[in-house]
Design a protein around this ligand. Sequence first.
Ligand code: AHR
Length: 324
Amino acid sequence: MKKLIGAAAVGAMLIALTGCATGGPDAGSGGGGTDDLIVGFSQVGAESGWRTANTISIQGSFKAADIELKFSDAQGKQENQIKAIRSYIQQGVDVIAFSPVVESGWDTVLGEAKAAGIPVVLTDRSVDSTDDTLYESFLGSDFILEGEKAGDWVNTEFADATDVKVVELQGTTGAAPANDRAEGFRNKVTDPKFDIVATQTGDFTRAGGKQVMEAFLKANPKIDLVYAHNDDMGLGAIEAIEAAGLVPGKDIKIVTVDAVKDGMTALAAGKINFIVECSPLLGDQLVDIAKKVAAGETVEKRIVTEETTFDQEQAKAALPDRKY
Ligand code: AHR
């Protein structure tokens, strides 16, 4: 109880010092008045082409809206994100947004933001907190559905096969997209003819994907399919497969998630066989949500990004206009 009162007092003090209470006189409005609105954003890092596109989208949208964005790069470390969030609380920003590196371990710091009266918006990735009052909204993809879409393609592609050896390049351990894409895939790939012979994290990086795939190739005499949780790891796997004298997309089929330009180029060239889209273009929607929550307006608790899938022909058609 004492702790609660203490936290409330700190929150009240911060609000008094900064004049940044949610919906207060200085807050921006959903109607477009964004005078003095300040948003603090903590990004995961720069691990992939997707992440770079996401950072560009967010920074560009806030610039275009003329809203001050304080941006910090956590370099893949949860402790850096917690430090950044605490710093934003200290600075009394109007809204905190972040893309959590991992799903667990956020309740304490999110409780601090709540006590300080600062609304929090989750972008791209969610947290596993059971208390959904700790954040206003979660804007991002349905990662389980992405894994299921990959699984659906695998079922069709290998419909006539009897024995399919699968290796999985997982995203960062503990990250929502790694957990959910693994789950979604397994929801669909249930026929016993599929054997997931190896699964390991490549940390969503190209170098990680290459390194893990090299080890998979050494340890497994037969691999029919690579399921990579993102394009970058798939592109790393392509390098390892080619170095082993095999033909990616033919000797070993590859399905990935993201659909960034490099991935789509590899798909158009037949080195990747199928890509499930995960859109990084969250900037404009985040600006809209930030304005609304700062003005005390209610927003949807869950806003799911619209996404599609690409085969080789669809990638060729989409590439000329691909924004990222
Ligand atoms: O959270 C989204 C995932 O994070 C993307 O699929 C991946 O490329 C990124 O690093």
